[in-house]
Design a protein around this ligand. Structure first.
Ligand code: DGY
Length: 433
């Protein structure tokens, strides 16, 4: 059984391979997506390490000169996706890309590949290192408006959690009057009940048009853009990625970089308390335009463990939420609190489980000593992928697959977790005598 699943998972990665990069799924997402690709490398690493490195190397060939690593690389034009390169109009030399970024998970995965690889693979880490550093520099330069180490996002697509209720308030202020007519292609592939609404799509496009119309001028987008939000997910992922990049800088003996990275880490470790929402008892995203917390608990809030932040009391509040949620749903970890009025078990980022976020949360819990809960997240993630057959995401209530089929990152995360399956036990740890 496990053998058949491994064969299927491998087959999904190979069939979504487009000669060195991997599409998230055929049809719905026909290009290379930034964080998808990086997680996909973890899956390839189980059977083809060279291919795993290649995935990330090809991604970074499209890095912008200012250091930004874009969220989509349009390697070859496909009329089945909207909005394509002619809408984004980023005018980058020799590359068609979108104009926004995505969660910076790359340094963390590169560190894993490097540490688990042969000595000869060090050269590949070394070649990627300056690109990772340039991307992290870009975040520090353009996306830290409060100078507190928290990431300001300019588009929900950057966060990866496109229609999370966290964005409802900030999106409500976006002027869509100039968007005009367009034809969505995602609804040809997936049922509308599992996709963002038309109103949300108008808002996503209005934000793209703002960037396009100012020539993707970061200063302008950051100062006057229609969507300016401190994202708890990107902030915690960048904090973790800075820690992983620091480990690489130390190994390479780059002292100046070490100092710079350590200062950024300390800044975020202090700054993150700005996002703590005492009413909710969790870190929550914050709308910089309305100057209001999202008051919304999402799976991203639990990345606190992955980034190693939070006082003992804050961590206790977070684990209490997890235990409460565990008693409400059949499988951890829903993307939205099931107690929220916005919860919908099949609607994209308003309920369904996403293997990549669950993997990061599970890893963080295990690393921080919340072993049983972390193992539960890992086992539930594998269980829904197995029951739901490698879909894009999964219902926390029924385990059924939601969104696109034959999804690369679900296959990759399953391959990665399956290799450590025996370590995920639910037994209580023996009490110290
Ligand atoms: C989509 O097309 O829905 C993507 O999430 C954009 O990146």
């Amino acid at each position: 059984m496990k053998h058949e699943l491994a064969t299927s998972a491998k087959q999904i990665l190979l069939s979504n391979d487009r000669n060195g990069y991997t599409v998230p799924t055929d049809g719905l997402y026909p290009y290379q997506w930034n964080w998808d690709s990086v997680f996909v490398a973890l899956g390839f690493a189980q059977f083809d390490r060279n291919r795993a490195w290649r995935e990330i190397e090809i991604l970074f060939e499209s890095q912008w000169d200012n250091g930004m690593q874009p969220h989509i690389i349009f390697h070859q034009v496909d009329p089945n996706y909207f909005p394509g390169p002619s809408v984004w109009q980023t005018n980058q030399p020799n590359k068609h890309t979108s104009g926004i970024t995505q969660p910076p998970v790359a340094a963390s995965i590169v560190r894993q590949l490097w540490e688990s690889g042969e000595a000869s693979e060090q050269a590949r880490m070394e070649a990627l290192y300056p690109k990772l550093m340039a991307w992290h520099d870009w975040f520090a330069t353009y996306r830290d408006p409060m100078d507190n180490g928290l990431v300001m996002t300019t588009h929900p697509w950057e966060t990866g959690r496109d229609n999370s209720p966290e964005w409802d308030l900030p999106m409500s202020g976006v002027d869509t009057s100039q968007v005009g007519e367009y034809s969505r292609r995602d609804l040809n592939q997936v049922d509308q009940s599992m996709r963002p609404t038309h109103e949300q799509y108008d808002q996503y496009l209005a934000m793209v048009f703002f960037g396009r119309d100012c020539g993707w001028d970061q200063d302008e987008i950051v100062k006057n853009g229609p969507f300016r939000v401190l994202d708890v997910g990107m902030s915690l992922i960048l904090l973790r990625a800075n820690q992983d990049l620091l480990a690489m800088a130390q190994a390479l003996g780059f002292e100046e970089d070490c100092k710079k990275l350590q200062a950024r880490i300390t800044k975020t470790q202090i700054g993150i308390d700005f996002l703590w929402n005492e009413n909710i008892g969790a870190y929550c995203s914050y709308d910089l335009i309305a100057q209001r917390s999202s008051d919304s608990l999402s799976n991203a809030s639990f990345l606190a463990f992955y980034a190693d932040v939070g006082s003992p009391l804050q961590r206790q509040k977070l684990t209490q939420h997890l235990l409460r949620i565990k008693d409400t749903v059949s499988y951890l970890l829903p993307s939205c609190d099931p107690a929220s009025e916005h919860y919908n078990h099949i609607l994209y980022w308003r309920g369904p489980i996403w293997a990549v976020v669950s993997y990061m949360v599970g890893l963080g819990l295990i690393e921080q000593g919340e072993t049983k809960l972390g193992n539960q997240v890992m086992l539930d993630t594998m269980a829904v992928i197995e029951a739901g057959n490698f879909y894009e995401s999964f219902s926390p209530d029924t385990g059924e697959g939601t969104g696109g089929k034959q999804f690369s990152w679900s296959a990759a995360i399953w391959l990665h977790l399956n290799a450590q399956r025996d370590t995920f036990t639910l037994q209580d740890e023996p009490k110290a005598k």
